[in-house]
Design a protein around this ligand. Structure first.
Ligand code: NAX
Ligand code: ADP
Length: 549
């Protein structure tokens, strides 16, 4: 059950809610109480992986795990060197070696490469280096040098192995500048990335490939971390018994079926349109007429049964012309429909099964009246853009997905009395998405290159965009339409008596499913050239088919 207000919030003098000092620890606890699935890729805070590694190693001098990590690193270095017809023998590899175990990984990996004829040089960038690793390198014929020679060595290097800092990084590290044309393989996590949050130092060493040891770290999948890690290869180090419950899960195309958990009955030949879901759309304004059209088209293209629309005069004609499948709802019909919803729930031919609210909406008395009426009818809904600005924090026991980008998340949190800057959100996006999920008692889908979907109890799913081209005007309106259709078609555990946590997990999974379809359509559209929101729409049926819907 979601408790409101959450125990770690304290009222301030303006009677709004602000986080108590212990909030971070409490949230961490929350994040760890969620279940486990084999299918999605579990993600752990870097510090938890480090603790697990330490627990796994009974003897502090045992280098078993480090050698395992180094083997994986050396293997990927070989693959990178050999790609594009490159030679291994005589290739020049520079290791950037830091003071801790990450440096140790790099030294053992260089030693393994030196044994295979690579000209391996360790650039010792800290006053001390891992002693056994250093001895192994020297025994294998590798060389060492200091930072003084780095720039001249970089001119003639085939590959840099970044083993400067891993999960032990503290803020303020000095990092060398590596020219962008030099290929970089990172040990565990690119140096400069915070393994718990994904925050990256401006001077972060950007990698083409990262070999991640033991388990996928949160810092590699959100924030700037996943933008600077290149392709990620995870090495199993047998840590499972020592790891806590995951911090989050990364979901990919294969997970869609699991996320949707569809009741297939409607798909039978006899199913009619109402069983596929009836979506209500409250969207658009004279100022933003196109947003309503984009959401409507996306909803229809995602396999909706029926679309009912509530839009202002200025949008109505364009909507019926461009989305002839949509059926407008006038005020009287809306009132009657919502009354039926309130009395008899969401199923049935004359009900609305879910709402998509907000794209292009502006805040005025009429819109507020519609919004209040719709929310009162208690249907599952997705709230985006203009609707977010009209919401207040608090408990409501409804199934809601809110879809802010970072700027909108900032405003939502500010309304709840949580004063965080856009930079704070960028440096720890999962945390602040979780806060908003608690404050608004809903699922938050935080948009960005990594989309974070999280429930009030901390359950978090991450979806990566395959292309930055998705960041284009109207792309979010398309997402709202997709989510609306998924909500309209979904059955919820409430109907079988499940508790609110189970319901909110189901909603989180639907949100992630919507983000996956959106991301896949984006990848298909980008493959054809530059991407507009309309291109994205047109790829939706193909994306859904390829993902097995
Ligand atoms: N713990 C283990 O048993 C294993 C660790 N492994 C590797 O070890 C890494 C973690 O090792 P460590 O805990 O030694 O941490 P790191 O090697 O990431 O860094 C810690 C060292 O860097 C220094 N340091 C951190 N921030 C600094 C700053 N801002 N300025 C100057 N110095 C700074 C610290 O004083 C310490 O000496 C993992 O990322 C992974 O690469 C793997 O070898 C597998 C086994
Ligand atoms: N850098 C990025 N790389 C990939 N996808 C992104 C990036 N930034 C944003 N997105 C995605 O693009 C969409 C933009 O949505 P939004 O900001 O609401 O746009 P609009 O309001 O114009 O419709 C979201 O799905 C978001 O996750």
């Amino acid at each position: 059950m979601v408790t409101w207000p959450p125990p770690w919030w304290l009222p301030n003098d303006k009677n709004t809610l602000v986080p108590a000092r212990s909030a971070a620890a409490d949230l961490q606890e929350f994040a760890l109480t969620v279940g486990y699935s084999e299918r999605m890729i579990p993600v752990y805070a870097g510090s938890h992986v480090r603790d697990a590694e330490t627990a796994q190693l009974k003897d502090a001098n045992d280098t078993t795990l480090m050698r395992l990590a180094a083997d994986a690193l050396a293997h990927q270095a070989v693959l990178m060197l050999k790609s594009d017809g490159g030679r291994l023998y005589g290739a020049r590899v520079l290791g950037l070696i830091g003071p801790g175990n990450n440096g140790g990984d790099g030294l053992f990996a260089l030693a393994a490469l030196a044994k295979r004829g690579v000209r391996a040089t360790a650039v010792l960038l800290a006053p001390q280096a891992h002693a056994q690793g250093l001895a192994a390198l020297v025994r294998s014929g590798g060389r060492t040098t200091t930072a003084k020679h780095l720039d001249e060595l970089l001119v003639d290097t085939d590959l840099v192995v970044d083993a400067l800092y891993g999960t032990g990084l503290r803020p303020g590290a000095e990092l060398p500048k590596i020219p962008s044309q030099v290929r970089v393989l990172a040990a565990d996590i690119p140096s400069g990335v915070d393994a718990n949050t994904g925050a990256a130092a401006p001077s972060v060493i950007r990698a083409d490939r990262t070999v991640c040891f033991g388990a996928l770290k949160t810092g590699l999948v959100v924030g700037s971390g996943h933008l600077v890690s290149g392709s990620i290869h995870i090495t199993d180090a047998g840590l499972t018994d020592h790891l806590p419950k995951p911090d989050a899960w990364v979901v990919q195309g294969d997970d869609l079926e699991l996320l949707l958990d569809r009741d297939q009955s409607w798909a039978a030949a006899g199913a009619h349109k109402y069983q596929r879901g009836v979506l209500g759309l409250l969207a658009g304004s004279a100022k933003y007429p196109g947003a309503a059209v984009l959401s409507a088209r996306a909803a229809v293209a995602s396999g909706l049964g029926l679309l009912r629309t509530v839009v202002p005069e200025a949008v109505a004609t364009a909507l019926t012309t461009q989305v002839p499948e949509s059926v407008p709802l006038n005020t009287e019909e809306l009132t009657a429909l919502l009354a039926r919803n309130r009395r008899n729930g969401r199923a049935g031919a004359t009900r609305i099964s879910a709402w998509a609210i907000g794209p292009g909406l502006v805040d005025n008395a009429e819109t507020r009246q519609y919004l209040d009426q719709i929310l009162e009818a208690n249907n599952p809904c997705v709230l985006d853009a203009g609707a977010l600005a009209m919401l207040e924090p608090g408990e409501h026991h409804q199934l809601r997905i809110l879809t802010p980008h970072a700027g909108e998340l900032h405003s939502l949190l500010a309304k709840a009395g949580v004063r965080v800057s856009a930079t704070d959100i960028a440096t720890d996006p999962i945390r602040w998405a979780r806060w908003a999920a608690v404050a608004y008692d809903c699922v938050i889908l935080l948009k960005g290159s990594a989309t974070i979907c999280t429930a009030p109890d901390g359950y978090a799913l991450i979806v990566h965009a395959a292309t930055p081209d998705l960041a284009t005007a109207g792309s979010g309106d398309v997402l709202t339409g997709i989510l609306g259709t998924l909500l309209a078609a979904a059955t919820f555990p409430s109907m079988t008596g499940a508790d609110e946590v189970t319901q909110s997990h189901r909603l989180t999974e639907l949100a992630a499913a919507g983000a996956l379809i959106h991301a896949h359509a984006g990848a298909l559209a980008a493959a054809e050239g530059t991407l507009s929101a309309v291109d994205l729409l047109q790829e939706l049926p193909r994306a859904a088919r390829q993902l097995g819907l």
